[in-house]
Design a binder for this molecule. Sequence first.
Ligand SMILES: [Zn+2]
Length: 257
Amino acid sequence: MLEDLNRRLASVQRLNSPADAVYGVSPRARGRRDNGVPGNAFACPVCGGVYRRFLPFGLNGRRNARCPGCGSLERHRFMWMHLRDRHRLMQRRLRLLHIAPEQCIHDILSEIPGLRYVSADMFDPAADRAADMTALPFGDASFDFAICSHVLEHIEDDRTAMGELFRVLVPGGRAVVMVPIEMDRPETYEDASIDTAAGRDAAFGHPYHVRICGADYPDRLRDAGFEVELAYSRTMTPHMRRLWRINKTVLFDCRKP
Ligand SMILES: [Zn+2]
């Protein structure tokens, strides 16, 4: 996914989009120094590295965004901590489907002995399976757990994709889903008539996004049958978020009843 993002940067730059509009994240670097790591340093929960600084990322070179060790971005670190601490993936025996696998998350998940890990992507030849998320090549109830981050905003028929996610999970199965979202926007904005990269960039802030997700977006996952809880990074203390460089974001913790 990161490689994919990097490939997209060139076209995004041609369109001259501000990074904040593209990535929906603004730079922030306040807060107290953490007492668990020496000096004024950052720690990466994904690879375990401790660094003086993280690398810039995004069109405006968002400071201290990307881990120099594993390449994780803010949202990857938040998601990983949620997977590790809320779902204890390190300790469980699960069949796990990772859609559009981020390299840093792939690397850590594929090393967990108890996980039967399968990655799927429409474009990435390194993924285990080539897969269109609106027609997943897996049987019903094939997986106990699924991860799908920053994918649905690229899919016009996202409701079908959510239905597929639901279908391939066992009852009681979980899906951790993230999209770029503006929680202060009550309604998701989309317009299927806008179908060019330039038009989508102007309308949705990214040449390959087909909507701007608003606060109502989790309802689509509920419509697909999921029970959905929202997990906010803001429940971490500011100095924890600063230590791990995690922005204010939210993920959807979905359960198939
Ligand atoms: Zn790292």
